[in-house]
Ligand binder design. Structure first.
Ligand SMILES: Cc1cc2nc3c(=O)[nH]c(=O)nc-3n(C[C@H](O)[C@H](O)[C@H](O)COP(=O)(O)O)c2cc1C
Length: 231
């Protein structure tokens, strides 16, 4: 009986620490920006992220899977995203649905609270991180890009830039042979050079310029964007 309880505990702990496809339990509501006009839709906390197929990818494949001929040369796509208040998550989920890609969330080891996201406070965690170019917030779990040739990379704009946790992500992965398609959501700011900057930090791979979406971008708007990316 005791052994059974211990096994259950282990399973629960393992699930809690899984990186790819993990779901932030609480999505803090960011305060409305004061220094930029907002077109952000109300944040939905209702829908959890779909279970990530990429999680399966990170598992050690069996010998048979590694040598399966149908896997050879197959182009695979994943949508990797960070979202503090749900807007980028919704866009990421839609892109994954439209492209048939896997979905993988960048989960901060230390979740961002509403206080952390208070850009009206010069001492809040997000403000301090964004003002510290060397800041490298830790990511929970492992994200494996093995086998992927295209990565859609989504994030919110924080103070005109990508959140520092994106730097942690690109600096800790090898994008050799991978095309990265950055996209972001913001209240009003453009994507700026965030795509190029992330590419420079990564040092490998082909990073396209980032595309910015409003939080309320329509499904058809995303479909046209995806269609326009195809060669
Ligand atoms: C710390 C912080 C800084 C932000 N800075 C900007 C900004 O510079 N320009 C802008 O248009 N929106 C800014 N926003 C608004 C977010 O970019 C916008 O709400 C985004 O859609 C949030 O995405 P998420 O819900 O996926 O986290 C900021 C939000 C936060 C929390």
């Amino acid at each position: 009986m005791k052994k059974g309880i211990a096994v259950c505990l282990l399973i629960v702990l393992a699930a809690a620490f899984a990186g790819c496809g993990g779901t932030a339990e609480q999505i803090p509501q960011a305060p409305e920006p004061t220094s930029f006009a907002s077109d952000a839709a109300p944040v939905s906390t209702a829908e959890p992220a779909p279970e990530s197929a990429a999680e399966t990818e990170s598992a050690e494949p069996s010998e048979a899977e590694q040598t399966a001929p149908e896997d050879e040369g197959e182009a695979k796509t994943v949508v990797v995203f960070f979202s503090a208040t749900g807007n980028t998550r919704r866009v990421a989920e839609k892109i994954a649905e439209l492209t048939g890609a896997d979905l993988c969330e960048i989960v901060p080891a230390q979740p961002y609270t509403a206080e952390d996201l208070n850009y009206g406070d010069s001492t809040s965690r997000s403000t301090v991180e964004q003002n510290t170019p060397s800041a490298c917030p830790e990511i929970a779990g492992e994200i494996s890009l093995d086998g992927y040739t295209t990565v859609y990379l989504g994030y919110p704009i924080w103070w005109g830039d990508a959140p520092r946790i994106l730097c942690s992500f690109v600096e800790s992965h090898d994008f050799t042979g991978v095309t990265v398609i950055p996209f972001c959501t913001s209240a009003s700011s453009g994507a700026g050079r965030t795509g190029e900057t992330l590419g420079e930090l990564a040092g490998t791979g082909t990073f396209l310029p980032a595309t910015r979406f409003g939080a309320n971008v329509s499904d058809s708007g995303l479909q046209s964007w995806v269609d326009g990316l195809e060669p």
